[in-house]
Design a protein around this ligand. Structure first.
Ligand code: TRP
Length: 370
């Protein structure tokens, strides 16, 4: 484990652990196993090792839901409950509510000067979203703007790593471009200095890297499409034990008997890797060996073992989530948000002051009142 290349001199809260930042946009509710293996599982591990910032991009939610503020608010609270329920721990990490961190909005404006407009419009992640969400050409100005905003979400915390899914790769690339350009234009970092050495060479921003999770894409119960709420092929983290087993039992692989060699890439084997291999790799390997050899093991048996391990995984989450669905739970969520906002602003304000100094707009430091 390496330590942070001392990007921040007065780094008190982090005990010098390297920083990461990642986040979710509160545009929907309903976490499922795809979210779990795609990002949450990863975050649980990362919060133990890194100084971790988890951002709720509630301002970005307005890019597509500007007319539904109540929905955004409910989803925001829902995400915090989800995070707490899966085990993200606000005493180990920092929960960041985007709308309460002014430095993010301020950096966004300056960063917008460092990216050619046409480059933003060619961003493949934005293009895909415009297609899949059917936004046509009527999306607001703020929609492409969010990609610039995401650079500020990240850089405000000067992280080294950004754990995300494949779909976010273009955004992280753009963020790296912004960091490089800022450091070169305003901090005197030479063109030939490699990205990794920017912070050491006097750049305000370490140039962050994307970190893709163990399983980038989990197939849904249909075995073909990515698991997704809208496709109706998901197992939700708050499905009860019976529902989980029922859903698994409906999976079809086309395999006829326990002695027929099974396809090692089929949906059941993918789930074995994801949900048995995570805690018991030997058992997963054994199941795979017998399944692919047709060594007297039926689909039904695999489904039963999967049901057991998936339920063991999500049972504590179901319980914690239920506890949060009470007035006390609601109050806890608000407390967690307020605490996170305080912690987040310490770092973000520090970054903003450093950036403003370099931009020549530093005229004495301000303090935010809480
Ligand atoms: N755009 C991300 C998504 O939709 C959410 C997000 C916002 C984010 N700001 C971020 C992710 C910063 C990583 C870092 O999933």
């Amino acid at each position: 484990m390496t330590t942070s290349p001392s990007s921040s001199p007065s780094d008190s809260s982090s005990a010098n652990r390297p920083r990461i930042l990642t986040g979710d946009t509160p545009t929907s509710t309903g976490l499922h196993l795809g979210h779990y293996v795609g990002s949450l599982e990863n975050r649980l591990k990362l919060q133990e090792q890194y100084d971790s910032y988890f951002l709720i991009a509630n301002v970005h939610a307005f890019t597509t839901l500007a007319d539904k503020p109540a929905e955004i608010r409910a989803n925001t609270i829902g995400i915090v409950k989800d995070w707490l329920a899966v085990g993200l721990d606000p005493t180990k990490s920092t929960f960041v509510l985007q709308s309460e961190v002014p430095a993010i909005a301020e950096l966004t404006f300056f960063f917008a000067m460092l990216i050619p407009f046409n480059k933003v419009m060619r961003n493949p992640t934005l293009k895909t979203e415009i297609e899949t969400k059917g936004l046509g050409d009527s999306y607001p100005f703020g929609f492409p703007m969010y990609a610039v905003g995401q650079c500020a979400d990240i850089l405000a915390f000067r992280p080294e790593l950004v754990p995300v899914g494949e779909d976010q790769a273009a955004h992280i690339e753009m963020c790296r471009d912004v960091a490089l350009k800022f450091n070169q234009m305003y901090c005197g970092v030479g063109n030939r200095i490699p990205a990794d050495e920017h912070a050491k060479a006097g750049g305000v921003f370490p140039v962050p890297k994307a970190k893709i999770g163990r399983i980038a894409r989990l197939a849904g119960l249909d075995g073909v499409n990515k698991m997704s709420k809208s496709l109706g092929n998901a197992i939700f983290l708050y499905d009860d034990a019976k529902t989980v087993q029922k859903k698994l039992n409906k999976i079809t692989t086309g395999r006829q008997s326990p002695t027929e060699p099974g396809d090692g890439n089929n949906i059941l084997m993918q789930y074995v890797d994801a949900f048995i291999g995570n805690t018991n790799p030997e058992r997963a390997a054994e199941l795979r060996r017998r399944y692919t050899a047709g060594d007297n093991i039926g689909d039904g048996h695999i489904k039963a073992e999967l049901g057991e391990s998936i339920n063991a995984l999500i049972e504590p989450m179901r319980q914690r989530r239920a506890r949060l669905e009470t007035p006390e739970g609601e109050a806890e969520v608000i407390r967690v948000i307020r605490d996170g906002v305080k912690k987040a602003n310490i770092v973000a304000e520090e970054t903003l002051a450093m950036a403003k100094e370099k931009l020549g707009v530093g005229f004495g430091r301000r303090t935010l009142g809480f």
